[in-house]
Ligand binder design. Structure first.
Ligand SMILES: Cc1ncc(COP(=O)(O)O)c(C=O)c1O
Length: 399
């Protein structure tokens, strides 16, 4: 046994504590909703990815209950052995129809979808050009692929063009971006990226984990909102956010789907999602398609919050939707702000390095369709009070 390991780990933990980077999440004791219970205390949640309130929706729960008696719980094997059921196939067909693509390939999580996609698509002769603010699952997938990986500054189209020009000799070149960015709440500049990807014959991959179900008139995501759907080559999405479930999927051509089913190691070498998870996701998809009011409510309260916070003097970066960061800078400050909010009954954890770049710590507010204008007023009031307490708002005004 290597006895030096424990002391090195202890030192790293101490260092994380010293730099206010240690993570100690609160333990909740209730179903996901806009309130939760922690140590017997009711807390208001403004940090959930359960954007459309589907994690505990009666229609979804009924599908789960009915499904359990028909299917049982476990899937018993990986997809390629005997874990593919009609529930999996039916969900994949419904997701493909919803996203207007030829095929959808389901993975147990969104993380695994990115991993399976990029490691199957790219190897040492290929180049991946990735927006610098992309999610860790994309970065890990790029590393695992062994492709040449270059990061362009966030939404910097000029730098992307330079990189495309530099790697014209690559076997395959992929541009990878999020649709709506998970920690910043702004959109990829897809209308500017598309002419470039056409010019350089690159493959455009959009991870729309946080836009799918939520953005666009029909909830098809950021590309629908920006009216560029037919130009996106591959979309990655999750069932874990707006769908309120668990899982990830890749939307692509039928041919690429067949390739992924034969080449994606995170699809092949893992147990299939339980069939009831597919039934829950299918029920959530029904709601997404037939209850646009949820999206409308969500965007209405998000618009109000952005407006009220900017008017009060908070720095929100270029947030444009239901993910709204309050930029604070230092990790210690973000942690202190979060702690004071917690004392007032609001749950918004501090987001710090490595989830965001060093010096860019923030509170990441995310809203749900069940939040009301009154909820927003209460939150803004609490944020203003804490900001004043910390001396952050020099001339605070009431919303
Ligand atoms: C942009 C993005 N992609 C992928 C994922 C991974 O999705 P999942 O939680 O389903 O593994 C996340 C999760 O936070 C994400 O924000």
């Amino acid at each position: 046994m290597d006895h030096s390991l424990p002391s090195q780990i202890r030192r790293e933990l101490l260092d994380l504590r010293r730099r206010a980077l240690i993570r100690c999440p609160e333990t909740t004791d209730s179903a996901a909703g806009k309130t939760t219970v922690v140590n017997g205390r009711q807390i208001r949640v403004f940090c959930s990815n359960n954007y459309l309130d589907l994690a505990n929706d009666p229609q979804v729960l009924t599908a789960l209950g009915d499904g359990l008696s028909r299917w049982g719980w476990g899937s018993a094997a990986s997809r390629l052995i005997c874990g593919t059921t009609t529930a999996h196939i039916s969900l994949e067909q419904q997701l493909a129809q919803f996203k207007r693509c030829q095929a959808a390939v389901l993975f147990p999580t969104g993380y695994m979808a990115n991993l399976g996609l990029l490691t199957a698509l790219a190897g040492s002769r290929d180049v991946l050009l990735i927006d610098k603010l992309c999610h860790a699952s994309i970065i890990d997938a790029a590393r695992a692929s062994r492709a040449t990986t270059r990061f362009f500054p966030h939404n910097d189209i000029k730098r992307l063009a330079d990189l495309l020009q530099r790697y014209t000799q690559a076997r395959r070149i992929c541009i990878i971006t999020e649709g709506i960015f998970s920690m910043d709440g702004d959109f990829a500049h897809l209308p500017e990226i598309i002419p470039l990807k056409n010019k350089y014959r690159a493959l455009l991959i959009v991870d729309d984990a946080h836009g799918t179900g939520v953005l666009g008139e029909h909830g098809r995501g950021t590309a629908e909102l920006l009216d560029v759907e037919e130009h996106i080559d591959v979309t990655v999405a999750t069932l874990s956010k707006a769908f309120g479930s668990l899982g990830g999927f890749v939307c692509c051509s039928a041919e690429l789907a067949e390739y992924l089913r034969n080449r994606s190691r995170s699809y092949i070498y893992t147990t299939a999602a339980p069939p009831v998870v597919c039934l829950a996701a299918a029920a959530a998809l029904e709601v997404i398609q037939h209850q646009p009011r949820r999206r409308e409510n969500l965007q209405a309260v998000a618009k109000k919050l952005r407006h009220d916070l900017r008017r009060a003097g908070f720095e929100l970066g270029s947030a444009e939707a239901h993910i709204i960061p309050i930029m604070l800078g230092r990790a210690e400050l973000a942690l202190q702000f979060s702690h004071l909010l917690w004392q007032r009954g609001f749950m918004i954890p501090a987001i710090r390095q490595p989830s965001v770049p060093r010096g860019k710590a923030r509170l990441r507010i995310s809203l749900m369709s069940s939040h009301s204008p009154r909820d927003i007023d209460d939150l803004v009031q609490a944020l203003i009070c804490v900001a004043r307490e910390l001396g952050l708002l020099s001339h605070p005004s009431q919303p």
